[in-house]
Design a protein around this ligand. Structure first.
Ligand code: F6R
Length: 240
């Protein structure tokens, strides 16, 4: 595992954006797996800046997002599709038809099978960007889940609902289920870039990358991947 240490959130976001833009420059038709949440926002902002300057071109890129709340329509401002359009896709020259996010309103079995097909037909994921949940989740793969799953529907844990509450008016509004790429789908990505920022991620960063590999800490499976890069700020890497 490679570790890049940024001074702060802005610095780590720039480092991670450099890795992503290098991927796009080296293989303009690459397939990039993307995440929502607070961690990648700075990366998206930086990539938009470089796009505007003419340094990076997304016209041939395909993106495949990790997850989406079940039951939310794409126009819902809390949906991950809306988040991606608003924070990234709407500001760069990616073709909308080349962006993929699970469809929250689609029926479970069909949607999970369709999403696995999307990944397969794209030729697999060249580089997967991940955030890290405080309980070690990646995507919406919560502690205790199996490592051998592809896209599936999960019931969110109380701690994830609580963490995501900040984006909703009240706890009851947070959807209880989500579609997510499984650990197997994530592990099949050729390269994985994990982002971690802030003091509240320090303990889980240490546990995930230096503790035992166990389904109780889903991100610990990344220790078995042969091309993982961790990009963190001082605070998130402070216990290592
Ligand atoms: C988001 C996702 C989640 C987040 C994780 C960390 O698409 O799949 O696993 O990456 O919850 O969230 P932040 O970055 O908000 O701390």
């Amino acid at each position: 595992m490679r570790i890049y240490r940024g001074k702060d959130y802005k610095d780590m976001s720039r480092k991670a954006a450099n890795i992503l833009s290098a991927q796009v420059i080296l293989k303009p038709s690459c397939v990039i797996g993307l995440a929502t949440g607070s961690s990648p926002l700075g990366v998206y902002k930086q990539l938009i800046e470089w796009f505007i300057k003419g340094d990076v071109d997304f016209s041939e890129v395909t993106t495949i997002n990790l997850d989406e709340y079940k039951g939310l329509e794409p126009e819902n401002p809390q949906s991950y599709r809306y988040f991606m359009n608003d924070n990234f896709f709407g500001h760069i020259n990616i073709r909308p038809e080349n962006t993929n996010v699970p469809e929250g309103l689609a029926p479970e079995a069909e949607e999970c099978a369709r999403y696995d097909r999307v990944i397969r037909q794209a030729g697999g994921i060249d580089m997967q960007l991940l955030g890290l949940g405080r309980n070690g989740h990646i995507g919406f793969n919560e502690p205790g889940g199996a490592f051998d799953k592809d896209t599936h529907c999960v019931t969110l844990t109380d701690s994830t609902i609580e963490a995501n509450m900040r984006f909703f008016e009240k706890a009851e509004d947070v959807p209880r289920q989500a579609y997510t790429m499984g650990i197997r789908s994530i592990m099949q990505a050729r390269r994985i870039v994990v982002l971690a920022s802030g003091e509240d991620k320090a303990a889980i960063v240490k546990e995930a990358f230096f503790g035992p590999i166990t389904p109780q800490v889903p991100a610990s499976v990344l220790q078995l991947h042969n091309n993982v890069t961790l990009v963190g700020d001082e605070a998130a890497l402070s216990m290592m």
